[in-house]
Design a binder for this molecule. Sequence first.
Ligand code: GLP
Length: 261
Amino acid sequence: MEVIILPTAEEVGRAAAAAVVSVMRKKASAVIGLATGSSPQGIYTDLRRRVNAGDVSFANAYGFALDEYIGIPLEHPESYASVITRDVVEPLGFTPDRVRVPDGRAAIPAFAAKEYDAAIRAAGGIDVQILGIGTNGHIGFNEPTSSFASRTRIKTLAPSTREANARFFDSPDQVPTHCMTQGLGTILEAERLVLVAQGSAKADAVAAAIEGPLSSFVPGSALQLHEHATVIVDEEAAAGLRLADYYRYTYANKPEWQQVS
Ligand code: GLP
């Protein structure tokens, strides 16, 4: 795993965007795994800047969102379908019918979940998966004790996740109790993982995921199993890392042939 510590949240967004662009340069029809939440916002902002500058185009790319709520209508402004349209598809110029979000409204959610994994495979697999991490260590909506082998499925949101996401809703009780999320096994099949975290609230989760034991209690620790995972954090989110100096030293001495982008 590569761990990159940068001084500011803005630099985290820029570095992660550069990783996505490096994938796009090799393959204009790349399949991008899309995360919602606050963490990837800096990535999308920088990608938008690059799109506007004519540096990259997502018109031929494909997108698969990590997760979706169950229990709110598609047109709800906080459904992840709405968020992905607003934050990713429109500003970055993705072709709308090339971007999918798990179907949280399916009559038979288990079928829809299976079909979602099949659609990712049919698209050739995810080339680069953008990830954030929850304060309890979740990635996607894979809450603690999610199996490392899990596939896209329905999950019950942890009370702490509902609390954390209450800021997007008018009141905490409006946050759905359930979701459909790519599984850890699904996420681990992506060619490349790029996880970003900013702020001191994420420091414990980041340390546990990177340096703690491999444990389904900390779903983010699944990244330790991946061949090409990059974690990009700001100084505050890096505060709990015991080997922070080593990561800084490694990044400062990174040979040309090993550059992220
Ligand atoms: C959310 C999402 C995750 C996200 C995490 C952290 O609810 N389902 O994909 O990475 O929780 O959220 P944030 O980036 O807003 O802190």
